[in-house]
Design a protein around this ligand. Sequence first.
Ligand code: IMP
Length: 414
Amino acid sequence: MRALAVIGAQLGDEAKGKVVHFLAKDADLCVRFNGGPNAGHTVVDRFGTARLHQVPAGALHPRCLGVLAHGMVLDLWALRSELEELSSQGRPRPKLLISQRAHLILPAHKAREEEEGTAARIGTTRRGIGPAYADRARRLGIRLLDLGKQKVIWEKLPKLSGGARDIEALVGELRELWQEFQGMVGDDRACIAQALEEGKAVVFEGAQGTLLDLDLGTYPYVTSSATTVHGVGWGTGVRVDFSEVIGVAKAYVTRVGEGPFPTEESGDVGEALRRQGEEYGATTGRPRRCGWLDLVALRYAHEVNRFTSLALTKLDVLSGLPQVKVAVAYRTSGALRRDFPAAAEELFSATPVYETLPGWTEETRGLTSFADLPPAAQDYVRFVEESLGVPVALVGTGPGENDLIVRRPLDWES
Ligand code: IMP
């Protein structure tokens, strides 16, 4: 099989969009399998900055089909705006296949998120993600394939629409959306399975990160979908033998929203990382919480996903710091531990045990050769790969599509 998975190894915002866009250059398919418009995947190319929320990043390449698989929850209103924005940048219209089995996010889902208070408690992206997945599990959801059937819509909407919204108007809007999108709706599972069978190159694009996984993440401060490599089976129905599973990790850590963050730096270091890394949410504009790289968490992400290589992104942001710290263990209730706790309470009280490495002052933005990095930056990368036992194949040195060091070609053949 010729299949790559690109998975967030931390808490989302690891610059997966850029990595996927790079890897999907020669791909036939790029598949989003989880989440919805809570994702914000940024790609900077010759057309400008594309902020993608539901369109797979690989679909910016004209020959690559973007698949929105059934593991996603879809906001068609938002998808319409996203496509309009892309075409206003002069881009060719992406080729898309939208799963007939994917569930819709309705205005009521966003309203319910506010009413229930989850938006504030967890610091969600307020895109209706949680309520849409909840209705799917409650067997109330509306799927894409229902949209062409007026009778089904009229039966289901009153149970979902919640409150004052004019159902007739909503039915009208959904009818229009169906007319617009129905030509793209199809069988994602069959399409992906056939592509793999025919030896086509398929990239699976994870959204959010391993520690935001509904079950494996820092519950309850998580999203509502399967964000790890296991989400590929969950979200597509295809059993994939991956050629590579690439973990994307920032050279430091950020978190948006609430939840434990043992290596968080609230002072000058946090501020420097936020400023230099432009750490503001791509979906919500919120300032991101920033801190040092956490190898306890990253080791756990590797155990879960069994990465074949890592992409270490935004290394350029660390330039100018006198020292760089990396958490190698935690101390909880006086005891040293190297495993990642399942309980959020334990993570809240964990104090990191740091290894301190020398910093570097040289600018590294835009470098494309590992040998050109200052020796201390090279050592930092080596420290990460040796600690985890995973090669760092790609190093990100800036936002542009070419700001990337390729240390090892990624293997498409399993
Ligand atoms: P939800 O996915 O909107 O329900 O939000 C649940 C949690 O996941 C919140 O802490 C969000 O900030 C976080 N989250 C969701 N999507 C992303 C993302 O793409 N990047 C980073 N954090 C995210």
